[in-house]
Design a protein around this ligand. Structure first.
Ligand code: 4BW
Ligand code: 4BW
Length: 146
């Protein structure tokens, strides 16, 4: 059974837990795969958002999507890295949340996704909500309850 305080937690707005856009590593449409792979490697993140010049969310690009896209029959075709653009390879099959979303919705989505992109009403990229931040908040709540 869900206690009142757990229900409050589930009804909490996600806004205070968002990593803001200026702190999120990202690439822009038009960037080459080489640029994206460099950024992924240097940042250490396995997947990052793709934005347009007006900071609208377009999709996600990951190291594995990039290496898969340059895999030829017998070898990696590394020369493709500077020719292909991120928008040719990025995935758009990904749920997003809004500034009004609550923890309950976010937790359900974070079971299958390591992070969620937070998008405003006009499609502007606000930042991300990660599993780490949500789990840390749950951990704090658990200790308070015990
Ligand atoms: O550089 C890092 N710093 C810290 N503090 N933790 C890191 C770093 N890189 C990885 N981690 C840890 C985090 O716990 O490994 C987890 C998995 O990383 P990922 O997925 O596979 O690169 C991290 O878990 P998380 O903080 O819950 O983040 C989940 C996913 O969200 C990351 C990455 O794809 C994305 N992400 C997180 N912070 C980001 C970011 N993408 C771009 N910019 C950021 N600042
Ligand atoms: O093939 C996938 N299927 C599904 N359903 N989800 C996937 C798949 N690949 C990635 N994901 C999702 C999961 O949410 O991306 C997250 C990060 O994947 P990762 O790190 O960067 O490859 C996945 O998060 P997770 O399930 O909590 O797994 C965290 C990390 O644990 C993975 C990977 O390093 C390792 N891992 C998980 N299942 C594994 C595995 N390693 C080998 N074999 C497995 N079956």
């Amino acid at each position: 059974m869900i206690s009142l305080s757990n229900q409050e937690l589930l009804d909490t707005n996600i806004t205070d837990f968002i990593i803001p856009s200026e702190k999120v590593a990202h690439v822009q449409v038009g960037n080459s795969l080489e640029h994206a792979l460099l950024l992924l490697t240097k940042s250490g993140y396995s997947s990052i958002p793709v934005l347009d010049p007006r900071f609208h969310f377009q999709g996600l690009i990951s190291s594995s999507l990039i290496t898969d896209s340059i895999l030829g029959l017998e070898r990696f075709e590394f020369e493709q890295l500077e020719l292909k653009k991120v928008e040719e390879v990025m995935t758009t099959d990904f749920p997003t949340v809004s500034l009004e979303s609550k923890f309950k919705e976010a937790i359900e989505l974070l079971v299958d996704h390591p992070f969620l992109c937070v998008i405003s009403e006009n499609g502007y990229f606000e930042g991300i909500l990660t599993r780490r931040v949500v789990l840390k908040h749950f951990q704090r709540h658990m200790y308070k309850m015990s």
